[in-house]
Ligand binder design. Structure first.
Ligand code: SF4
Ligand code: SF4
Length: 104
């Protein structure tokens, strides 16, 4: 993981959001950032080779697993979450299995 972890959270969530390769960075105006209730949880990282495109990085120590960033409404009737389906929820157990235990 290239980015430094920021602040610690008080307790572990069951799931956390992870961003897939589908993320375009919404051309510099990430929809997901407007839905996330946690400050500086979803960080826009710039892709200098493809400006203004970039990608989102979710700080695993800040994500509370609320799923607001993937909200689609009942049976997908409205589109509030990621328009590119680039956000997946992963159990913390699985995330830590891939990346190591988080320092809560
Ligand atoms: S995760 Fe989705 S909503 Fe967020 S910046 Fe990437 S493409 Fe846009
Ligand atoms: S699950 Fe909630 S806290 Fe985590 S990135 Fe999505 S909106 Fe933010």
């Amino acid at each position: 993981m290239a980015e430094a972890l920021t602040a610690k959270r008080k307790r572990k969530p069951k799931d956390i959001a992870v961003i897939t390769d589908n993320c375009t960075g919404c051309a510099g105006s990430p929809v997901c950032q407007t839905l996330c209730p946690v400050d500086e949880c979803m960080i826009l990282c710039h892709d200098e080779a493809h400006d203004p495109f970039g990608y989102i990085w979710v700080d695993p120590l800040k994500c509370i697993g609320c799923k607001k960033c993937i909200t689609k409404g009942p049976e997908g009737l409205w589109l509030e979450g990621c328009p590119w389906n680039a956000i997946e929820m992963e159990t913390l157990e699985s995330w830590e299995g891939r990346n190591g235990t988080l320092p809560y």
